[in-house]
Design a protein around this ligand. Structure first.
Ligand code: ADP
Length: 283
């Protein structure tokens, strides 16, 4: 099977600062992959290189079977991109933004009109089609960006921090949309510094820190590898964490302690693993 995304030994150096260091990654067709890391880890730079927007300093990227540096036009036809900065035009209506993108991609009528209808409906913006984009809420603008990215029917969707700055309810609405697309077979790569977001949306996760991919796997695999159970012990204003293979093992350890003051157990999560690997928090 051809990988949807194949990245080998990718590097990016900006003004002598090495911001992406030897990243390798494979994403299979239909998979939803999450790139998790704190601000400044190199997530946006990586996604920009994968989507032809930034030239790599070294390494190879193949997207939808095309080499990103040698065949950027072919790559762009097969990908949809939703970046952090809202790139929709505020003075145009939702429909006009879609129309403009459809024309840029040379989608003829009647398909163009049908697809605009379909994707505005999919993201729940049909009734706001004639509203100027500047009058839409942040969540609606993000939904419009997603609808627009889907108009030329890409095979792979890239989303850079899709819910950053949005309230929890709006975030959940977007999660439903993103999950729905993946269930329809869309391959996706999304970046996030929200652990819950990648846990909810992604089949597999890559942990990026200071430009390096320090771990990849399913959340279940990562928890099995690092420990599914945790014993937490309060020391002053901080907590010490000790991983155990299972939550049962963690509970057994706690039971055996004569003094259980300030101690508790719980199941481990992705953020615990991130902190264990890097020594610092996600944000
Ligand atoms: P993330 O998306 O994980 O927050 P970025 O990829 O945006 O991280 O940034 C990684 C590092 O690269 C940061 O230190 C950032 O300041 C630097 N960087 C990003 N874009 C540029 C640029 N165009 N020129 C110089 N440095 C940049």
């Amino acid at each position: 099977m051809t990988a949807a995304v194949l990245v080998q030994n990718l590097h990016k150096v900006y003004d002598n600062v090495h911001v992406v260091k030897d990243v390798s990654l494979t994403i299979n067709a239909g998979e939803s992959f999450g790139l998790l890391g704190p601000n400044g880890a190199g997530k946006s730079t990586t996604i920009r290189m994968l989507t032809t927007l930034t030239v790599p300093s070294d390494g190879q990227i193949v997207v939808a079977g095309y080499d990103v540096q040698r065949q950027p036009t072919e790559v762009r036809q097969d990908i949809g991109v939703v970046l952090q900065q809202t790139s929709v035009d505020g003075d145009m209506s939702a429909w006009e933004n879609m129309e403009f993108h459809g024309r840029m991609h040379h989608i003829p009528n009647p398909q163009r009109q049908q697809r605009i209808e379909r994707w505005l409906d999919f993201v729940g913006l049909s009734d706001r089609r004639h509203a100027k984009v500047k009058t839409l809420s942040g969540g609606m603008k993000r939904r419009l960006q997603i609808a627009r990215a889907l108009l030329h029917e890409p095979k792979i969707l890239f989303l850079d921090e899709p819910t950053v700055g949005l309230d929890p309810q709006t975030r959940r609405r977007l999660w439903e949309i993103i999950r729905g697309l993946n269930q329809q077979g869309m391959t996706m790569l999304l970046t996030s510094h929200y652990m819950e977001e990648v846990e909810t949306l992604c089949d597999r996760v890559g942990i990026l820190d200071q430009g390096q991919m320090i771990e990849t796997g399913t959340v279940a695999e990562l928890r099995r590898k690092h420990g599914e159970g945790l014993v937490m012990k309060q020391r002053g204003d901080r907590w010490d964490y000790t991983f155990f293979p299972t939550l049962q093992d963690a509970n057994q350890y706690l039971d055996q302690q004569a003094d259980k003051t300030g101690m508790m157990t719980r199941a481990s999560n992705l953020e615990d693993i991130f902190v264990e690997l890097t020594g610092h928090n996600l944000d």
